[in-house]
Design a protein around this ligand. Structure first.
Ligand SMILES: Nc1ncnc2c1ncn2[C@@H]1O[C@H](COP(=O)(O)OP(=O)(O)O)[C@@H](O)[C@H]1O
Ligand SMILES: N[C@@H](CCOP(=O)(O)O)C(=O)O
Length: 320
């Protein structure tokens, strides 16, 4: 156990990235250097305690034990004890920067920051893959089913493809470094669990074939560095047709972006955040201005120009 404080920052993420429902995710880093993600700190304490601060702290469950960070602590503790590790309590602090129910992987960011901070604080009892499995299990408690497309990019960084075979949960794809990812959170909340429930339980064969073709061609195009082909595949035949009805002005914004050099436009995770992909900073700035004018619904909303975050979760340590 570390004697000082350990902090972990986990970035916001785009789930699905249009083409890979539950299978593809991307970590985000605003180009203005702002920290779009949650941070959790652990420090020695006589008993467990969770304190919370940050812009969206007041939107979280009033009872701290219902916070996913407290659940992450209990789960980590149980798993450590089961694995035969000693365990002295610690206190956690959550800095909640991400809006809840935003489609930016808000719960995933808290989960990843909490488990990464705890693992570092207790001297890395769990491997990266064990920790990712634990992150997926906690995310499943919130959304109703295990999906790694937010926790994996938030932890590992970059553009992550879910493997879920043998010991490998996710692998990182090559990225197009010059792409800008403009993300716009409208300011309203959409529950991931509810947005999963409106999807059909079964899809027609035509949709299945389109989904398989687009995802596999996208992955192949990333590996071959064919950005036009990769961008052409970035559309969502699974969730967007059903979920866009929850998102005012979605079609209008897509029409503008795609008519003005946009490479792609889609729903980030389960929404309401949307993302637009631009090839130049000038295009990204134009998309940001348009989305700020037409997609924002209230003062909680925001719009960031991002690059993909190659680093994922960052750990910092302060010794006493
Ligand atoms: N630290 C936390 N961060 C985000 N959501 C949390 C946290 N702790 C508990 N929750 C609850 O988990 C649910 C998250 O909802 P969800 O729609 O999955 O959000 P998101 O898509 O932003 O991750 C909400 O009911 C929220 O109150
Ligand atoms: N694949 C999931 C992603 C949910 O992302 P979130 O940021 O809305 O939690 C889904 O589409 O349900």
């Amino acid at each position: 156990m570390t004697q000082g404080q350990v902090s972990a920052f986990a970035p916001a993420s785009i789930g699905n990235v249009s083409v890979g429902f539950d299978l593809l995710g991307a970590a985000l880093a605003p180009i203005d250097g702002s920290r779009l993600g949650d941070e959790v700190s652990a420090q020695p304490a006589a008993a467990f305690n969770l304190t919370i601060s940050g812009r969206f702290a007041d939107r979280l469950p009033g009872v701290a034990s219902n916070n996913i960070v407290a659940k992450a602590y209990d789960y980590f503790h149980q798993r450590a004890v089961d694995a035969g590790h000693g365990f002295a309590p610690c206190a956690l602090h959550l800095h909640k920067n991400l809006p809840i129910g935003s489609g930016l992987g808000s719960s995933a960011s808290s989960i990843v920051a909490a488990l990464a901070a705890l693992n570092s604080f207790y001297g890395e009892p769990f491997s990266q893959n064990e920790l990712l499995q634990m992150m997926g299990a906690l995310e499943g408690q919130i959304s109703g089913s295990v999906h790694y497309d937010n926790v994996a990019p938030a932890y590992l960084g970059g553009l992550t493809l879910m493997v879920e075979y043998g010991q490998t949960i996710a692998s990182q794809l090559p990225v197009f470094a010059d792409w800008y990812w403009v993300v716009c959170y409208s300011g309203i909340s959409v529950s991931t669990s509810a947005a999963r429930q409106i999807l059909p339980a079964e899809f027609p064969m035509k949709t299945l074939l389109a989904f398989g073709r687009q995802l596999s061609v996208f992955v192949d195009a990333c590996h071959r560095g064919d950005e036009n082909l990769a961008a052409a595949m970035l559309s969502d035949v699974v969730a967007e047709p059903y979920r866009k009805s929850l998102l005012p002005h979605f079609d209008q914004c897509r029409d503008y972006i795609m008519a003005n050099n946009g490479l792609a436009f889609g729903i980030s995770g389960s929404g309401p955040t949307v993302f637009a992909v631009a090839k130049s900073l000038a295009d990204a700035e134009a998309f940001q201005r348009y989305l700020q004018q037409y997609y924002l619904q209230n003062d909680d909303g925001f719009c960031h120009i991002c690059k993909l975050d190659p680093a994922g979760t960052r750990i910092s340590k302060e010794t006493l």
